[in-house]
Each structure stands twice: as C-alpha cells, then as structure tokens.
Design a protein around this ligand. Sequence first.
Ligand code: ADP
Ligand code: MG
Length: 980
Amino acid sequence: MFGLLKQIFGTQQSRLLKKYQKTVRQVNAEEQKFMSLTDEQLKAKTQEFRQRVAQGESLDQILPEAYAVVKAACRRMCGNDVHVSGYDQKWDMIPYDVQILGAIALHHGSIAEMMTGEGKTLTSSMPLYLNALTGKPVHLVTVNDYLAQRDCEWIGPIFRWLGLRVEALTNATPHFKRKEVYEADIVYGTASEFGFDYLRDNSMAQSADDQCQRGHYFAIIDEVDSILIDEARTPLIISGPASGSKQMYDQLQAPVAQMVRFQRDLCNKLANDARKVLENLGRFIEGEPRKLSKAEETEEKEAFRKLWLVSKGMPHNKVLKRIKEDPNLRAEIDKWDVYYYGESNKEERAEALSELYIIVDERASEYELTDKGIRLWGETGNDTEDFVMFDLGFEYSNIDQNETLDEAGKIQKKVELREADAQRKERAHNLRQLLRAHLLMEKDVDYIIAEEKIVIIDEHTGRPQPGRRFSDGLHQSIEAKEGVAIQGETQTYATITLQNYFRLHQKIAGMTGTAMTEANEFREIYKLEVLAIPTHRKSQRDDYDDEVYMTEREKYNAILKEIEEVHKKGRPILIGTESVEVSEKLSRILKQNKLEHTVLNAKNHAKEAEIIAMAGRRGAITVATNMAGRGTDIKLEAGVAELGGLEVIGTTRHQSRRIDRQLRGRCARQGDPGSSKFYVSFEDSLLRLFTSPRITSFLQRFRPPENEPISAKVLNKSIETAQKRVEQRNYQIRKHTLEYDDVMNKQRAEIYAFRNEVLRGENPAKVAEEILESLCLQMAQTFFVSRSTEGGWNPEGYRQWLMLHFPVTFEAHEFDNDYLQLADIENTAIDKVVTSFRHKMAHENETIQQVQRRAPASSEPLDAEGILTEVVRSVLIRSIDRLWQEHLLNIDHLRTEVHLRVVGQKDPLLEFKHEAFLLFDAFSAKLKTEIAHALFKFKMMMPDETPPTDEKHREIASENEIDFRTNLSLMPELEFTQEG
Ligand code: ADP
Ligand code: MG
C-alpha cells in the first residue's frame, strides 16, 4: 500500500522533473544564440521582454529566453569584481543545469529542495528576474538581515547589469527611505521586515504617502522551512503601552511563590522518603537485588508510587532524576503510570493526585490546581474565589428581580458587578500566568537574566532574543518571579501570522535543503508542492547509525572519544547542539581535554557567518547551536577532502527530523566527502518525554555495560516515532495559531480595506457623509423594524436618539404620523444630519479663513479646503485605529477566555469564531457611532487659543479636537515582536 503511494508520488516527481529538464535544454539553446550579441544588445533584452509582457505574452512563454539572458549575463560577468559583506570577490558563477531546473520550479510556485551548498542564491536570480519583468513587486525573503544584505550585494550586480533596480531592506533601513526601497524591481529582506511594514502601512500610516509597500505579487522564501515552519508558530505583533492597565503580578507574586514552595517541599519530602526506603532495601547496590519479604515488597511499591507522584508534581526534582537514571528503577516508577492509566483505576489515580497542590503536565506544558491547592490558597490568606468566575447572565437576572432596587440602582449594581468581574478575570489571568512562570518556565533554559532583564532564549537557535517578550503577561510574570522590574503591560496594535502575510501574495515559492518531511504541511497550508532537485555532483556523505547510551554522562564520553579520534586525522568537525547551555557544557569538556575549538554563539549573524565559513579548515573544531550560521556554507580547505572532509556530530536527535537533516547537510557539499553521526541518550528530553514506557522495560533487560552503546534497530524506530510525535504536536500548534488568525484574517482584510479607502480616497468628507447616512438608517431599523429591546415602531425613541447624538432638532411628534412611510422618516433624518455636518464644515472653513486674514500679507495662502479634507481624513483614521485596537484587545481576551470553556464541553475554536463574529459586529456599529460623534466634535483652533488645561478636559480634547498647527501623527512608543 505504502509502496504504491510512494510509487505514484515518485513518478509524479520524476514526470515533472522530465518536463522541466526539457525547458532547461531550451534555456541552454537560447543561451547559445545569445553568444553573438554585444553586451548592449544583451542588456536591451530586458526592455524587449517588458514590452512583450505588457503586450500580453505570458511569463511562461518568455521563461526560456529570460533565463538564458541571466545565464549569459553571468557568463559575461565572470572575472568582474563583486563586493560582498565587506570582501572583494571575483564573480565566478554560471548557473548549472540543476540550478536552472530549480529556477523553473520556483517560477511555477514550488518549493525547490536543494541541498546546502547547491547554490540556491544564484538559482533564485532567474525567477526573480523573470517575474520582475511584470513591473509588479517581487521579494526575496531571507532568514536574517545579514543574508538579505549579503545576497543583494552578491546577486545584485547581475540585475543591475540587466537594467533592474534591486535593494536590500533591513532593520536599519530608516522609515523615510522604505518607500523608495519598495519601488525597486526586486527587494531582499526578512519576513518580519516585510510583515511589519505591511502592518504599519495598514494600521499606522497617517497618509497614503506614509505607506511604503506597493502590493504583494511574488515572493521567494529562502530557507523556507525555517520561516514557514519554525517561525510561523508565533505571529507578528506590533504592541504599545496599554491604556488602563490593571495588572497585579507584583501583588500576587509572593502568594504564588509560597504555594509553589509548599508543592516543592511536599515533593522533596516524598522523594526523600522514597529514597530512604529504597536505600534500606538495598536497591542502589549494584548487582542482583536481594529477595524481599512480603512486607518489604509493599513498602518498596509504595516508595515507587511516591516517586511517580513526584514526577507529576515536580518533574525536575533532583532525587527523582537521579533515581531514574537506573533503568530498573525507572521501570518500577513507570509501572505506576501504566497502572493508573487503566480505565478501572481512574478514581484511584485522581485520589493519588489529590495529594498534590498542583499537577504539572510537562509534556503538554500545562498544569492544574487540585482542590487541596485551592484550599491552601485560601488558608494562606487569599481568596479562593480567585478561581471562580461570575456567571454574569445569572447575576444580572438576580439584580433585575431585586425589588428593593429602582432602575438607577439596578444599573449601578450591574456596572459594579461588571467591574468586579473584569477585576476577577484579570486576577485569575495574572495568577495563571504566574503559576506558569514558576512551574514551567526554567531559568537558563527558557530565559536568562541579563542586565536586570528577562531575555528569551529562542528554542530553535538557542540564542538570546533581547527585545522580544513573551506575550499575554507571561513575561511580566517571569519578571515578578525573578524579582526584576516589571515592565508595563502592552496592548496589541496590529498582528498577523506569517502564514496569512504570505497568503497575500499572488504567488509564492520557496527553497531549502530540507522540505520533504514537511511536504504535507506545505501543501495543506500554503498549497506549495515540494520538488526534490538532484544535486550537481553525486553526494558522498556517510550517515552513520545513531549511537544510543543510557545516560548523558556516557553519551558525552563517547562524543569526546569520537572527537579525539577524528581530530587526530586532521578532519574538521562541526558539533551541533540543541541549546547554548549544551554548547557551553561541551566547550568545558573540550577545554578540560585540551582540545582547541570555537564556540559559536555570537550575537550577530555576520560574525556567525564568518566563523562558520572557517569551520572547514584542517583540524578545526566548531561547536554551534543547530541553526546558527544558516545560509552560510562550509567550504573545505585544500587537502581536507583527501582526509575525509567535514564530520558533523549531533549531540542529540532534535525535535524534528528536519532539523537533524539540516545539520547533516552541513557537510559534504557539492560532492565533497563528509560524514555525520548522532549521539543520543535516554536522558535527552526527546526520549524522556516522548518515548513509550515499553522501551524502558526493554532497556531493563538489555542494559549494556557502562560506556557501551545500546545497539538495537528497535531504538532507531522508536526515536523516529518520538520525533514524529513532536512534529505532529508542533504542527497542531501552528495549525491552531492559524485557525484563530483565520477568523481574524477576514476582519483584518475588511477593516484594512476600509482604512485604505479613507487614506487614499480623494474625498474623505464624502465617506464621512456616507457613514452618517448609514448610521441613521441602521438606527431606524432598530427603532422601527427590529423587535429588539426598544421594540416595534418607536418614532419618539428615534427622534430622541437623533437629537442626543447630533446637533439637530425635530419637532415633537415629527415622526409620529400615520401617513409617514419609513423611507420618508429616514430621508428627513439623513437630510438634517448631513446638512448639519455641512454647516459644521463651513464653519470650520471660516475659522481657517480668519487665520488667513490675520496672518501677515507675505505668508503663504492657506488652502482651507485641503486642510479640512486632511482633518476629516485624520478624524476617521484615528477613530478606526483606536477602536480596532480596542477590538484586538477584546479578541485577545476572548482567546484566553474560550479555553476556560473547554470544561463546558464546548469546542473553543467554534466558540471563538462565533463570538469573534459578534464582537466584530459590535465593533462596526460602535465605529460608526464614534466617527459620527467625532465628526461633529473636532474643532479648528486659532493659533493664539490655548488648549484647555485641566486633566479631564485634556483627555477629551486630545481625542476629539485637532489643532491644525501640529503634526497629526502622535505615535506612542511601539514594540515589534514575534511572540505567541
Ligand atoms: P545554498 O544557499 O544552496 O546553500 P549558496 O547559494 O550559499 O548555497 O552557494 C554555495 C556556494 O556555491 C557559494 O560559495 C557559491 O559561490 C557556489 N556556487 C553556487 N553556484 C555556483 C555556480 N554555478 N558555479 C560556481 N560556484 C557556484
Ligand atoms: Mg542559502
């Protein structure tokens, strides 16, 4: 069955390759023809192609000639100087056939899987050139700024030679230059620069001029797995200071810490008790365990049960960890896991766990308070109500039925209740995050403290990420836990997932050395097919079997031995690690053994690239985290190939097979020799957390002597199963993030489109009038048609509403007339409101004229119409932005809240979709009302008028009044993060 699928899949791939290979031959034939052209004639091809595209010829038709032009240009460039990343080099690249093949796949919107060192940078030049001929924006997305700059400098000369403009966009590109950068035919930049510019253009730009992007046509994503898989788990977020923060992390820190201490003491006691018992029974002595009496057996079982309990309450407990090193003892503990898993033992399990205060699920990265935990919370001077939420519907109806209250009293009570509810929710949220910080976030693993600040450690690269913050209060919670200053609460101003950002493009393509294992996800989420491109020369890499050890200690001994042996031969070695911590540990071991080496955890990519480039020299030993220096290939020093080339050593299997492959791919580039080998121990987190307990019992029987690897094919299989399990879980997380963002995507598209209409439209006053009209109509529906609260036909209600919201008057009972049709009423209302708005505009116009009259005769005349247009535009934009931010905040809260409803057997995603829809409805209605108000409230001020000074007034003034002397864009301090 599987074989059959593979066959179909395989033939599909080879059929496509055959087809493309035909095109490669066409390209080469075209290039032959171009040999006789002069440089000028070759350069003129660009203009010719542009014309042909403009006249309707398809890119597919032009492809063979266009690629041939690029190839011919490369040939003519040979020997020319190119200046890349501070070094002078000579151009020496003419695309190989396999590169042309990859280039064709890219144009057709596929992911070209090409090994490291195959020359993807040059490959992408062909589709970039071809697609740029349309004049539409073409982007090349890199993993970091350094590579954007490097690749642009490296390939840029070809494009320029052919008459195209090419630019690099980096974090250092100032905002005022970005528009110009985006005007270029081809732009190199990182996903987050592109994505943040998109968000900024659509949620922050105050005028069309302020927007820098000119659309999204074609993007080629380099190292596509890293961007669409690894980074896609966390959305891009622009945030700023939150208004009206109520956070209470500092207050809650002490009681939470105390609770965690209780738990730790409890677990320590359990673990130590168990250890003593096992010690007395002689379980720590080597060799056959002695025969136990019945009573002793019971005692022993109970000790293991206690240890099992510790694994549920404090998985990182030291005693527990040490005992687990012995596979026999570990198996005894795991037996309890199996026992409690049984359906019939569920109650017993619950009872056992109720001994703890908190149950921690390390695998799911979750935890839960037990009843005992909640009791303790109460007994230590807190309110157990902290964990109980109000049922607002129920409480409201209670108030309504309360006969001792009058209407005003009832409203007052409801307002109070709502505030208490908000307070309690905030408190519960803070508590949850604090507990998470204490129980699941580990110092020096998940974060470090640097200069009195909490700095995130990136889980993929192991690098510190200064400036990034955990979202949703987790960062503040860690700050509280570690006793450093708690930063103010932030609020989302704009957000999008990378997935949805890239979906904005008409076409995307990708390239990487490792995509096959994730082919399914690429197809499902991005509609991208993966095509494996053959290598230029046959790969000569030896991938050895894994060496698996019982303990970490034995594993490191083996790694050291291997390094010493390979190093003796003079072969360079690259050692990949999972984290900075492991890198440092390894470095210590190497130092103790007098092995000279370089540790790669440089803070900047340029330096990193430089070090990695040196890793191919004779005898070099380089220790690096797994993704460090991605995009830089390791060239072998002369003579090293004869020794066997680079050896890559993996210090563990990673969370996904793809990352293992990426590491292996570091050696044996372009037909060089090389080898790779992974070392694994049963204490590695992958195996500890994700392999089945059966393995433990297997090991028990086959524990090899100290320092001997366990060689068994079964293990390879179960390591791979564990990896697949984690891959699957991570896929679910990404899918989950995306599902939630998809709900937002429609809303975002709608509001961004409206905002752009306001921002770019010629006549915002017209939009303003339309909004007034639409609001009048909508409210007419409420008062005359819908059977909502106001009920049936309510002419007086409508009249009152109009007079309350607009500076208009209507005679008593004006609408209360049997001969009137609803349409008449609506028209009368709209007429008055719109006329009133026009009066307002005329009045403000007059104010400007007055300023003009008073100004010295020599000064520039003021364009009153123009000024007013911009003011109205700004009134609209500000209302949109303010309410949209408020909406995003509501959505954030909704997202956390729906998860609490899992208890009620409801599907959180469905709940979220439904309520997000309602929230958006409410937002649209509120937006119209808010804009309507603002349109009548803004006020042009005379230059000598001082704005009102008292606090309350200023608040209102800043919202609604506009002083046309000042710049309108007031931007708070913003933060750009990518954190989920
Ligand atoms: P990748 O991104 O696929 O890992 P790069 O684009 O970084 O590979 O290129 C790797 C190396 O191969 C570079 O040093 C480059 O100079 C070289 N190279 C690529 N294509 C060619 C070519 N057609 N002819 C000669 N050298 C090439
Ligand atoms: Mg590359």
